[in-house]
Design a protein around this ligand. Structure first.
Ligand SMILES: Cc1cc2nc3c(=O)[nH]c(=O)nc-3n(C[C@H](O)[C@H](O)[C@H](O)COP(=O)(O)OP(=O)(O)OC[C@H]3O[C@@H](n4cnc5c(N)ncnc54)[C@H](O)[C@@H]3O)c2cc1C
Length: 286
């Protein structure tokens, strides 16, 4: 019996283990996530911040799912390294688990830029449930929010915050005006100022503007840092073929962390689910 380890407990990872269990009821499966939460709909985080849905509505699988399908779950375990010769997944705490087949569904995330002051309280790289909860808790106390971003998520976040009647300054490109959002496209944020808390930002023209929260919400990049000392082929993400196989025979990848050579991949929830289903089906056959 082969031991399958899946890194990632979200759209692609869950779809994959469901597809595996449809045909293979017995192979040991371990799912790992660095987050402390049961799987949640990342694609609905903005609705949560806006107050349209409650936290409980985000969760799409419960403890029973793992129990009923004999799937082991490890939460709050960050993978920092792989040893492919010994087929080991190594955690931040230096403990490890072994595998026969390894599926990588680590998605992507927004990283804080290398900028003076980014470690201050009140500065967020918005990507997950922890960040959404932080905003829900802190937005009512904020007088001015600075958002640095360029994608649809950044714009929507700006709109949601402005609707709450909080002064919202958006550093990015906006094709059409957004009510209540002050768009700054001729200057960028260079430094976060304050003691331990963010209080203001310094712009590229030297001007300082007050900010109680500073949110970086794009660009996001595939979570591949733990592959740095391996031979797994990466470009922007992990390069896979039509079966989601990497260049290493027993390593697979699906969802936002992967990319196809010569074909564009859609970055959305449904694509991650479909890819998870496909790679799960493929893993049962080998
Ligand atoms: C704010 C926001 C809004 C969005 N809105 C939409 C939308 O409206 N519609 C839409 O279709 N899509 C939307 N998306 C995109 C969609 O959520 C993603 O495409 C989808 O979540 C990708 O799923 P995934 O399984 O590939 O990865 P993810 O959902 O990113 O999950 C990655 C998993 O890997 C784990 N992980 C990562 N690194 C490690 C590590 N080193 N060690 C252990 N575990 C690790 C994480 O904890 C997580 O469990 C949105 C995304 C965001 C962030």
């Amino acid at each position: 019996m082969k031991r399958i380890v899946v890194i990632g407990n979200s759209a692609a990872g869950i779809a994959a283990v469901e597809a595996i269990r449809e045909k293979d009821k017995t192979s040991p499966i371990l799912v790992i996530s660095r987050e402390p939460y049961m799987p949640y709909r990342r694609n609905q985080l903005l609705d949560f911040v806006e107050g349209k849905i409650k936290e409980k509505d985000l969760y799409f699988r419960s403890q029973d799912f793992y129990k009923n399908n004999a799937i082991e779950l490890m939460l709050e375990k960050e993978v920092v390294e792989l040893n492919l010769n010994k087929k080991k997944v190594i955690f931040k705490e230096r403990d490890f688990v072994e595998f026969d087949e390894l599926l990588l569904t680590t998605g992507s995330s927004v990283k804080l830029p290398l900028m003076k002051g980014v470690q201050k309280d009140g500065v967020v790289a918005f990507h997950g449930l922890r960040d959404a909860k932080f905003l829900i808790e802190n937005l009512p106390l904020a007088h001015t929010v600075v958002i640095v971003g360029s994608d649809a998520v950044s714009l929507e976040l700006a709109r949601i915050i402005a609707v709450k009647k909080i002064e919202t300054k958006f550093f990015g490109i906006l094709n059409e005006p957004l009510e209540g959002v002050d768009v700054v496209s001729d200057n960028s944020v260079m430094e976060i100022l304050g003691d331990s808390d963010a209080k203001a930002v310094r712009l590229s023209n030297g001007k300082v503007i007050g900010a109680s929260l500073v949110i970086f919400s794009s660009p996001s990049a595939p979570n591949i840092g733990f592959l740095k000392d391996t031979d797994v082929k990466t470009n922007h993400g992990i390069v896979v073929d039509e079966h989601f196989c990497t260049n290493i025979p027993f390593v697979y990848a699906a969802g936002d962390v992967c990319e196809f050579s010569g074909r564009v991949r859609n970055v959305d929830w449904q694509s991650a689910v479909q890819e998870g289903q496909m790679v799960g089906g493929f893993l049962c056959q080998i």
